[in-house]
Design a protein around this ligand. Structure first.
Ligand code: DX5
Ligand code: ZN
Length: 221
């Protein structure tokens, strides 16, 4: 099964609720929420009040991606605000295992992310502590960028490693530059959770954009 997680970074925030409702009705499996602090990445996006509002209005799982300098300071707040999956970057964790455990204690799925320049082997020791690994397919910070094709080699290596450990259906998420035209290559490499921002919320017809990405991911087109 391939999960589609549209990123609201590309949404129109004046009508965020309407657009999330369209994505939910249009078959999205989760909603990806990018939290940026202007320090870990050169951009500032949205924060916990928005997560709280979304979680009180929608049943769709919230896939929260923390791109912040000191994630340990904010994981509790992210969890209590309503995250269902919480992704933290390995580049900013002092003790990844304990952060992932803390997230799990909140009943939230822990996830760990690697930026393009970080070797994928760095997350291997934490595969069992996380329910998902996010492989960044662009440099984090902005939507609407082009995929860095070499990052899919990391996805392949990670899928081979989880298979070697007998972890079937382990969630490997790709994030950045994914659209209908390249999603099949990401799925072939081993991704099964697809973040897509501009290709969904940049399209006037959100449900049809989700449908095209899903068909392409399933190899139907
Ligand atoms: C980038 C964010 C992504 C971004 C994806 O730093 O983590 O989630 O919103 O947007 P697109 O799909 O437009 O590349
Ligand atoms: Zn993201």
């Amino acid at each position: 099964m391939v999960y589609i997680s549209p990123s609201i970074l590309a949404s129109d925030f004046v009508i965020l609720g309407e657009q999330v409702a369209e994505a939910q009705a249009g078959g999205a499996d989760m909603i990806h929420v990018d939290v940026m602090d202007g320090v870990f990445v050169p951009n500032i996006s949205i924060g916990f009040p928005v997560i709280k509002s979304l979680s009180s209005h929608f049943s769709i799982p919230l896939d929260v991606h923390l791109m912040i300098d000191d994630p340990d300071r904010y994981v509790d707040l992210a969890c209590t605000s309503g995250a269902d999956f919480l992704t933290v970057h390995i580049e900013r964790l002092r003790d990844p295992k304990s952060t992932l455990e803390r997230i799990r204690e909140h009943g939230v799925h822990p996830s760990i992310s690697v930026s393009p320049k970080t070797p994928i082997e760095s997350v291997f020791p934490y595969i069992r502590d996380a329910d998902m690994i996010l492989v960044m397919t662009v440099e984090p910070g902005f939507g609407g960028q082009h995929i860095i094709p070499e990052t899919l080699i990391k996805v392949r290596k990670l899928r081979d490693e989880v298979n070697r450990r007998g972890l079937r259906n382990y969630k490997i998420e790709v994030d950045g530059g994914i659209r209908a035209s390249n999603v099949a290559t990401a799925v072939t490499a081993g991704a099964n959770v697809i973040v897509t921002g501009s290709a969904v919320f940049g399209d006037p017809d959100i449900p049809s954009a989700i449908k095209s990405i899903r068909s392409a991911a399933n190899g139907d087109v």
